[in-house]
Design a protein around this ligand. Structure first.
Ligand SMILES: CC(C)(COP(=O)(O)OP(=O)(O)OC[C@H]1O[C@@H](n2cnc3c(N)ncnc32)[C@H](O)[C@@H]1OP(=O)(O)O)[C@@H](O)C(=O)NCCC(=O)NCCS
Length: 171
């Protein structure tokens, strides 16, 4: 099984809409994220037009669309990227596709785009995603307690980060 990542193109939008609205994906993503076709098309255009500041990526398995992951620059001066909207389509679950994709994405952000730090936040109820983040090398850094109103209750946001030095230590 070969897992690869590439920047999303306008012809990927139907797949992206189906993925982010799927019943085993939508409840786990930030409530404020764009989920409509036009909004996602606009985001894909932005990813193309300003590739150092924003990026929507496709995760592929043996060349077939399997998931998505994205980043947005949070600080130019300190070279910080916020990661988000990681999702693997349920058809491709169980093979740890997201672990490989996250490792490729970390390398792309740090080695190719020059970021020093990649950070993300996971809802406290999303244990599956937290297990993934730890397997992929992100370090748990803290908790924003009862920070978000999601699925009819206040939920924690668990913070993870990875810095360039963490990758140096591995190689
Ligand atoms: C988090 C996510 C990206 C991980 O995807 P993945 O790479 O396929 O992860 P896994 O292969 O580990 O499968 C997920 C879990 O389901 C189990 N599983 C096994 N076979 C499975 C199957 N056929 N279908 C679904 N899950 C299966 C896995 O063992 C794993 O359990 P674990 O967490 O105890 O290891 C994916 O679950 C997802 O898209 N979730 C919804 C969106 C989300 O939560 N995003 C993160 C937001 S911060």
């Amino acid at each position: 099984m070969s897992v690869t990542i590439r920047r999303a193109r306008p012809y990927d939008v139907d797949f992206l809409v189906e993925l982010v609205t799927h019943e085993d994906v939508e409840p786990f993503l930030a409530a404020i994220r764009a989920k409509g076709r036009d909004e996602i098309l606009e985001e894909v255009a932005r990813s193309d037009g300003d590739p150092e500041a924003f990026g929507i990526f496709l995760i592929e398995v043996d060349g077939e669309r399997a998931g998505t992951i994205r980043f947005e620059r949070a600080s130019k001066r300190s070279r910080i990227a916020d990661l988000g909207v990681l999702a693997v389509h349920p058809r491709f679950r169980g093979g740890k596709v997201s672990d490989t994709a996250a490792r490729l994405f970390q390398r792309h952000l740090i080695d190719d785009l020059g970021f020093h730090r990649a950070q993300l936040e996971i809802y406290g109820f999303n244990e599956r995603a937290m297990r993934h983040a730890e397997r992929a090398g992100f370090v748990r850094e803290g908790v924003r307690r009862k920070a978000y109103w999601r699925n009819d209750e206040w939920v924690d946001g668990v913070l993870y980060g990875l810095v360039a030095e963490d990758l140096d230590d591995e190689s």
